[in-house]
Design a protein around this ligand. Structure first.
Ligand SMILES: [Zn+2]
Length: 264
C-alpha cells in the first residue's frame, strides 16, 4: 500500500511534467526554459501553486494571477499518469516490466493529448519511444517471460511487432484513402503504432490495434448519430490506440486465452 502511494505521487509529478510537454512540444517551445508559467498570462507559478492534482482544486480551478480558468486537462493528465503507475505496479510488480510499460504509458499519454488538442503526434516523442523501446527490449531480453503464444517477448518479437504494426497501419491508411477519398489515418498514426509495437510485442500489438479500431468505429458512428461529427470529420486516433494498448497490457493474456477457448 505504501509503495502504491509513493508510485501514485511519482506518477502525478511525471504527469505534471507531461502537461508542460503537451503544451510546449506542438508550439515548438523549449521544455526546460522558462520554468512553469501560466500559459494565459505568463506569470511564473510558485511551487505551492504547482502541486500535481491538488493545486488545481486548491486554486479553485483558476490562475492565482490572471483568474483565467486552468484547463481541466492538467489534473486529468496528472491523475491518469498517477493511476497508470499504480495499475502497472499492481499487474507486473516492481521490476523491468514496470519501467518498460510505464515508459510506454508516459509516451502514449503525451501523444493522446497533443493529438486531442492540436491534431499532432510529435515526431520527437515517436523517435524517443523507438530508441528507448529498442534499447530496453535489448537489455530486458533474457528475462522477459513468454506470452500465451509461448513466444518470448524478446528483441526479435519487438522488431516484428514494429514492422507488422506499421505495415497494418499503412495498409489501412491506403485502403481508407481509396474507400473514402480522404485521409483517415495520418503518418503520425502509422509511426505511433510501429513505436508502440516495440513495447507491446506482436500479440498485444494485434490486440491493441483490434481494440482501437473497434472503439474508434463505435465512437465515430455514435458521434455521427449524435450529430457531433460528420462523415468527413477526422477522429484523432492516438487516444484509441493508447486505450487499446493499455487494455492489452493489463488484460491481454486474459482476453486472448478467453478468445482462443471460445473458438477452439
Ligand atoms: Zn494566469
Amino acid at each position: 500500500m505504501f509503495i502504491k502511494l509513493i508510485l501514485f505521487c511519482i506518477g502525478a509529478i511525471i504527469g505534471s511534467f507531461l502537461n508542460a510537454v503537451i503544451y510546449r512540444l506542438p508550439r515548438r517551445e523549449s521544455l526546460l526554459f522558462p520554468g512553469s508559467h501560466c500559459p494565459q498570462c505568463g506569470e511564473k507559478i510558485r511551487w505551492f501553486d504547482n502541486i500535481p492534482i491538488l493545486s488545481f482544486f486548491l486554486l479553485g480551478r483558476k490562475c492565482r494571477h490572471c483568474k483565467l480558468p486552468i484547463p481541466v486537462r492538467y489534473p486529468i493528465v496528472e491523475i491518469l499518469s498517477a493511476v497508470l503507475f499504480v495499475i502497472i505496479y499492481h499487474v507486473y510488480g516492481f521490476n523491468y516490466e514496470f519501467f518498460f510499460y510505464t515508459t510506454l504509458s508516459v509516451l502514449l499519454l503525451t501523444v493522446t493529448f497533443t493529438d486531442l488538442e492540436k491534431g499532432k503526434i510529435p515526431n520527437s516523442v515517436i523517435l524517443l519511444g523507438v530508441v528507448l523501446g529498442l534499447l530496453m527490449s535489448l537489455i530486458f531480453w533474457p528475462v522477459r517471460p513468454p506470452s500465451w503464444t509461448g513466444w518470448p517477448l524478446n528483441f526479435t518479437n519487438s522488431l516484428i511487432a514494429f514492422l507488422v504494426g506499421g505495415g497494418i497501419m499503412i495498409f489501412w491508411a491506403a485502403a481508407g484513402k481509396l474507400l473514402f477519398k480522404k485521409e483517415s489515418l495520418g503518418a503520425g498514426d502509422i509511426k505511433l503504432v510501429a513505436m508502440a509495437g516495440i513495447f507491446l510485442g506482436l500479440q498485444n500489438t494485434l490486440l491493441a490495434l483490434f481494440l482501437s479500431f473497434l472503439t474508434a468505429t463505435i465512437a465515430g458512428i455514435s458521434m455521427i448519430l449524435l450529430k457531433k461529427a460528420r462523415m468527413d470529420s477526422r477522429l484523432p486516433f492516438a487516444p484509441f490506440l493508447a486505450s487499446g494498448a493499455l487494455i492489452s497490457l493489463v488484460y491481454g493474456n486474459q482476453i486472448c486465452t478467453w478468445y482462443f477457448n471460445i473458438i477452439r
